[in-house]
Design a protein around this ligand. Sequence first.
Ligand code: PLP
Length: 407
Amino acid sequence: MDNDVALEEEIGAMPDKWPFTDHVRKMSTSIIREILKFSAQPGVISLAGGYPSPDMFPIEDLKQAAIDCIDEYQSTCLQYSFSMGIPQLREIIAQRETKQGAESKTDNIIITSGSQQGIDILGRAFLEPGDYIITESPTYVGALQAFNFYKPRYATVDMDRNGMIVEQVEKAIQKHSPKLIYTVSTFQNPTGITMTEDRRHKLVEIATKYNIPIVDDNPYGEIRFAGTPVPSLKAIGGDAVISLGTFSKLIAPGLRIAWMNGPASIIPLFEKVKQGTDLHTNTFTQFMIYQYIKSGKLDDHIKEIIKSYGAKRNHMIKEMEKQFPKGITWTHPEGGLFLWCELPEGMSASKLMLEIVKEKVTYVYGFPFFPDGRGDNTFRLNFSNASIETISQAIERLARVFKAHMK
Ligand SMILES: Cc1ncc(COP(=O)(O)O)c(C=O)c1O
């Protein structure tokens, strides 16, 4: 023991002084992750994270899928595997995409460790420091976090109830020559808004004219509980679009299985980029998900999710209509996991957070979703994770805080 102490003193390592990059030293922690830490405390109702409902995980069917894939694939499902992903899963995803209107082959699909990795791969593949990306404003904060590593600049495009205001995109292209157009076009995180079909066609037209790739990050497209389906950007734009899909919200996020669907000629480029980061996505969970889809249970499961989240969304809106004071507005999403609220101009959702957490409830305040730091009077509510009962309690607690500050 004494010797160990002496050795430590002698070595005198100072890890805090190691030469980390400037960029990593200055990185801010994800605000959502910080809020989620508080959300995990006992008695706190979280409307903050983008968590699917834990009681919707198909636990028994996944257990069976795990057993079946060990039985059927033995050591293969535990071995290193292809950076592209296992061919069986890529093929079955291509078939699902085709069925949903986006004609796809196995060669169009690369499996990723969550869509979050897909975003990072795009950053690595396309961005030099100072390059521009066009994004919606607001946009998915996790994409900003991933892209920021490559030091881009953002050309933001406003949104209205019909999604990204595509008319602004051409001007932004002419001014900034962006490398990518990044959109969450369907049931957007954070707003829940969906881009209209007309705008989708216009966006594809403009992007094709200037040959800028559209990235359609689409984790929520299959979770529609109201309104009329619109074709995906991939279905409309084909090779003009790289779409990102994920099983995080459809099966379970802990399995970390997602995919990129892009032109067959560039997928090998993404493969090389991925190889350097994690060699390949978890072989076992790829086989498990393949086995689960092959058993034919996924489509019925998605129907259950839609039923559950649709009911929760309706309930949350009903409670908000009843309890929130006048002056607060919100979106009415036709699918997905989130709705987006606006307090009257001049109020700060981030400052109110201190009061909100005292009431043991959490939301995510809005400004981090804006690349240009606007939107401090906005916040995002998640309706998938809490139960119907706790949604009522959470809205009542939020309403109490709002009423106290809106006299
Ligand atoms: C728009 C968007 N993209 C990507 C992700 C990350 O998904 P994954 O769990 O597949 O990494 C999320 C998660 O909430 C999201 O909302």
